[in-house]
Design a protein around this ligand. Structure first.
Ligand SMILES: Nc1ncnc2c1ncn2[C@@H]1O[C@H](COP(=O)(O)OP(=O)(O)O)[C@@H](O)[C@H]1O
Ligand SMILES: [Mg+2]
Length: 286
């Protein structure tokens, strides 16, 4: 089972849009996928759930760790895609993850989820919180949606330092330019400085997802925007296959490689790109 966090300490950078569409594409590619919404904004739930306004299922005598998280995951109306909208108490309790990790229950929880899911996508809240610190310690890969700006790399280094500080190392990080608007000089400049970073463009059909309440694969299946998410998922799937954390759809084994459709050039990781050597786990803290 592969665990993937969509994280940036800043809000409004496209985390939820990315998490929802990546989870949909993973499910569409044939993986049993769980989108775990950790952010108390509950935007993923708003986008995916048929009854987004119903109160969360809160166990009556909730104490950290006692809740059976598996039972809170619910199928969505999309094939193979389930949603775990952290119940209200869990959301409010920022140290829920830390408590779970401390008592070794997080490992058991994930072992339990492995029976039902191939891929878990975590839609993380903003901030350098306890929950995010714990999440960064166990995920296989972190996707960092980044607004194209001269300070983009600096923000990325802060994320990396945050992980190294708490984990001693960091998992592979994939920065993704989010909301790239090529009409803007600064955006073009930032994109030119990091030509290997995948790009999700600023598009009105992505913005309209909030109105249509469905991933782009449903509300704009043949659009360029949808293809951007699809290409990004293909790259991530390929990476996770080489890490041997994702089941091969071809053989049914947790092993690489899988036969995947060719990616568009812009999303194909190459040596030197952040997904490969430059941001491979290291313990230098540099
Ligand atoms: N690529 C994009 N193009 C246009 N609007 C976008 C794009 N990505 C996100 N948005 C919009 O930006 C706002 C913030 O996005 P969201 O995914 O909720 O960010 P976060 O989860 O980081 O707070 C939302 O209104 C969303 O519809
Ligand atoms: Mg969000």
């Amino acid at each position: 089972m592969a665990t993937l966090a969509v994280f940036n300490p800043k809000g409004g950078v496209g985390k939820t849009s990315l998490a929802v569409n990546l989870a949909f594409e993973a499910a569409h590619a044939g993986f049993r996928t769980l989108l775990w919404e950790v952010d108390e904004q509950a935007d993923s739930q708003w986008l995916l759930s048929e009854t987004p306004d119903r109160p969360g299922r809160v166990p009556p005598h909730w104490v950290p760790g006692a809740v059976d998280v598996q039972t809170l995951a619910e199928p969505t109306r999309f094939d193979r895609l389930s949603l775990l909208s952290s119940d209200r108490c869990m959301r409010r309790t920022d140290n829920w993850f830390a408590d779970m990790a401390h008592s070794q229950r997080l490992a058991r929880l994930f072992a339990g989820l492995e029976a039902d899911f191939d891929v878990i996508v975590l839609d993380c809240p903003p901030g350098f919180s306890d929950a995010n610190r714990t999440i960064m310690q166990f995920v296989h890969l972190v996707v960092v949606p980044t607004i194209p700006a001269p300070l983009a790399l600096r923000g990325l280094h802060r994320v990396r330092d945050f992980m190294v500080r708490h984990r001693g190392t960091h998992p592979p990080m994939l920065p993704v330019f989010s909301m790239l608007d090529r009409r803007r000089t600064l955006h073009r400049k930032a994109a030119a400085e990091h030509p290997d970073w995948p790009v999700i463009p600023m598009r009105s059909d992505i913005e309209r997802m909030t109105e249509q309440r469905a991933p782009l694969g449903i509300c704009a299946p043949n659009s360029a925007s949808r293809h951007a998410f699809q290409n990004l998922w293909n790259g991530i799937q390929r990476k996770m296959a080489t890490m041997r954390v994702i089941r091969s759809l071809v053989t049914g084994q947790t092993a690489a490689p899988t036969a995947l459709p060719a990616m568009r050039r812009i999303n194909r990781p190459r040596p030197g790109s952040p997904l490969w050597p430059a941001y491979q786990p290291d313990s230098s803290g540099a």
